[in-house]
Design a protein around this ligand. Sequence first.
Ligand SMILES: [Zn+2]
Length: 77
Amino acid sequence: MGTKRLDCLGQLSRHNVMVAVFCKGCQHFAELDPAPLMMRFGWGAAPEDIPWRCSECGAGRSRILVGRHARLAIPYK
Ligand SMILES: [Zn+2]
């Protein structure tokens, strides 16, 4: 047992952690409330498992970075 990981929607929601997503196609970055995602995909679903689609350019899951990877990819900060 190491540090506690927030790796499912239920945990993220409970700790009020937003889900970061970044589109490699158009550089679109967004932070989403995990609560509605949890309603749809279940408490134990991981953000990585959600079939994301970019709302800006329509890029599919393979071009979307999620969570820590999304935050690291933001070109500015
Ligand atoms: Zn996009």
